[in-house]
Design a protein around this ligand. Structure first.
Ligand code: GAR
Length: 193
C-alpha cells in the first residue's frame, strides 16, 4: 500500500509514520512521498531525513484552500506517486471536490478532537475553552464536509485541571501518533475473511 503524506507544519505525525515504517510497525504500508504547501515546513526536512521524496507544492494565493492550478499539480504529483492512500497529517487546507474525486475513498485526515466535537481550527483550544473533561483525536475519511467524513478510529485523552493548550496538546499529539500509526498499519493489511 503506497502512502503519500501531506502536511503543513512540524510533522510530528509524519515522523511517527516514518519511524513506524522504518521499524517494521506499519504493516505493508510504504511511504512514497511527503508533500507540503509550506516551503519551510519541518515536515519536508523530516521526509528527506528518512530518504523519502519530499516536495513543496505551491498552494496558490488562497489561505485555506488550493487554487485550481495548485489542486491540479497536487493531483498530478499524487497520481505519479501511485498512492493508494493519502494521509493528511496537519495539512491545513480544505480539500475540495475535484481533489476528493481524484482519490475517492483514499484520503485520511487526522483531527485533534473527538469529532464531531470541535471541528475546524484549533480543536485543542476549543476543547479547553469549552471545559470538556475528555477530548482526544480522530482519524476519519475526508469528505466534502470539513471534518465530517466517516470516522475510522478515535482515542480519548482526559483534560486535567491545570491543563494549558501546550500540556493538553502534548498528550493529544502523543495519542495521535499511536492512533495514526495503528490505522495506517491496519489498513495496509488484507481484510480478514
Ligand atoms: C495535528 O495535531 C493534527 O491533528 C492537526 O494538526 C496537527 C499537526 O501536527 N490537524 C488539524 O488540526 C487539521 N484540522 P504535526 O505537524 O506535528 O503532525
Amino acid at each position: 500500500m503506497r502512502v503519500v503524506i501531506l502536511g503543513s507544519g512540524r510533522g510530528s505525525n509524519a515522523r511517527a509514520l516514518l519511524l513506524a515504517e522504518k521499524e517494521g510497525r506499519l504493516g505493508k504500508a510504504e511511504i512514497v512521498g511527503v508533500f507540503s504547501d509550506k516551503e519551510e515546513a519541518p515536515i519536508l526536512g523530516l521526509g528527506r531525513e528518512f530518504g523519502k521524496k519530499s516536495e513543496y507544492l505551491a498552494p496558490g494565493k488562497f489561505k485555506t484552500k488550493l487554487t485550481g492550478d495548485a489542486e491540479e499539480a497536487y493531483i498530478r504529483r499524487i497520481e505519479e506517486a501511485k498512492a493508494d492512500l493519502v494521509v493528511l497529517a496537519g495539512f491545513m487546507r480544505v480539500i475540495k471536490p475535484p481533489f476528493l474525486r481524484a482519490f475517492e475513498g483514499k484520503i485520511l485526515n487526522l483531527h485533534p478532537s473527538l469529532l464531531p466535537s470541535f471541528k475546524g481550527l484549533n480543536g485543542i483550544g476549543q476543547a479547553l475553552a469549552y471545559g470538556v473533561k475528555f477530548t482526544g483525536c480522530t482519524v476519519h475519511w475526508v469528505s466534502e464536509e470539513v471534518d465530517g467524513g466517516q470516522i475510522l478510529d478515535q482515542a480519548v485523552v482526559p483534560v486535567l485541571p491545570d491543563d494549558t493548550e501546550e500540556t493538553l496538546g502534548d498528550r493529544i499529539h502523543a495519542a495521535e501518533h499511536r492512533l495514526l500509526v495503528s490505522v495506517v498499519a491496519q489498513r495496509s493489511l488484507p481484510k480478514r475473511k
